[in-house]
Design a protein around this ligand. Sequence first.
Ligand SMILES: NC(=O)c1ccc[n+]([C@@H]2O[C@H](COP(=O)([O-])OP(=O)(O)OC[C@H]3O[C@@H](n4cnc5c(N)ncnc54)[C@H](O)[C@@H]3O)[C@@H](O)[C@H]2O)c1
Ligand SMILES: O=C1N[C@](c2ccsc2)(c2cccc(Nc3ccc(F)cc3)n2)CC(O)=C1Sc1ccccc1Cl
Length: 332
Amino acid sequence: QTFFKSILNAAPPSPTKRHTKISVIGVGNVGMAIAQTILTQDLVDELALVDAKSNKLRGEMLDLQHAAAFLPRTKINASIDYSVTSGSDLCIITAGARQNPGESRLNLLQRNVALFKSIVPPLVKYSPETTLLVVSNPVDVLTYVAWKLSGFPANRVIGSGTNLDSSRFRFLIADHLDVNAQDVQAYIVGEHGDSSVALWSGISVGGVPVLSFLERQQIALEKETLEKIHQEVVHSAYEVISLKGYTSWAIGYSVANLARTILRDQRRIHPVSVLAKGFYGIDGGDVFLSLPAQLGRSGVLGVTNVHLTDEEIEQLRTSANTILEVQSQLGI
Ligand SMILES: NC(=O)c1ccc[n+]([C@@H]2O[C@H](COP(=O)([O-])OP(=O)(O)OC[C@H]3O[C@@H](n4cnc5c(N)ncnc54)[C@H](O)[C@@H]3O)[C@@H](O)[C@H]2O)c1
Ligand SMILES: O=C1N[C@](c2ccsc2)(c2cccc(Nc3ccc(F)cc3)n2)CC(O)=C1Sc1ccccc1Cl
């Protein structure tokens, strides 16, 4: 006798419900925070995990599976064999070597490029129609590396870029103004990390440009206050690292938010790392930088032509030239 009497002639599953699948490569602090958020938010039918450490991989898979009683039903697989990623709609790459004490960023980059040469080709082999979402650092250069190694059109290779920078920026502005961060629209663009560019003109609260909002609320928020908030975005990254040794929750939620927009074809605009050649006079070569981009099931649907001041454009071009110089030494 089966455990329960099956319903004879049960209707087949709805043909219109398309099976969705995400693969996460790298099950470290970042990869597992992303995986956990994807499960909690019921974003996919299937989640595949890949890492180089098989014991850690199996341990993380089992630990997630044991939460099944509290989560929407999602098939969770894990393997060091990339065939487990077959048919992925989205492949999120968080695999990366840790920066050794005193190691130069270029040396770290060269180690991560070597990793990508072993990661990207099998992902492409098993999911030729997937979109690649790169999180590993240095994220703008590694997104370029993933694009070159994949042979994909640029719309299907995205870097998380300044998505985390912008979410920290929104939190800090919201905290300063005592409003909900979901009602704060604010973009940081350009190079992820220390050299990012905050777009002051684009900051709005509930659709009201921040400057006029402040006049109505009689809150003084001069330019230097905004600059201090941008500096705090950078400082807070170092503070979190000094306090807990890594970052996970904010990057986990911000990348899962990108996955939701892509998988559900939301056509929302996010600050992410895209092929920026041709925008704002960036024409020295193929370089990925963050710009507000519309995302959907096919990846990047378009890049907004947001107004930038001459100073902001100059900062983008400087970042582009720095990145192009680093890329020229990679031999890719
Ligand atoms: N873009 C951003 O905003 C942002 C924010 C935070 C962290 N990061 C970056 O994300 C990356 C991961 O950070 P983390 O804290 O999770 O690091 P971590 O060391 O905890 O995890 C990295 C994982 O990658 C795995 N790995 C290494 N080589 C591999 C390979 N060849 N194939 C598959 N997996 C492999 C390791 O086994 C490890 O589990 C780092 O590069 C970090 O700088 C980026
Ligand atoms: O929140 C972080 N944590 C990291 C981190 C996570 C685990 S170990 C280090 C971080 C924190 C601080 C600095 C820093 N620098 C860095 C630059 C290039 C690399 F290739 C690797 C690391 N990285 C990785 C990272 O990119 C972030 S966001 C971040 C970093 C610096 C400035 C502004 C922001 Cl919004």
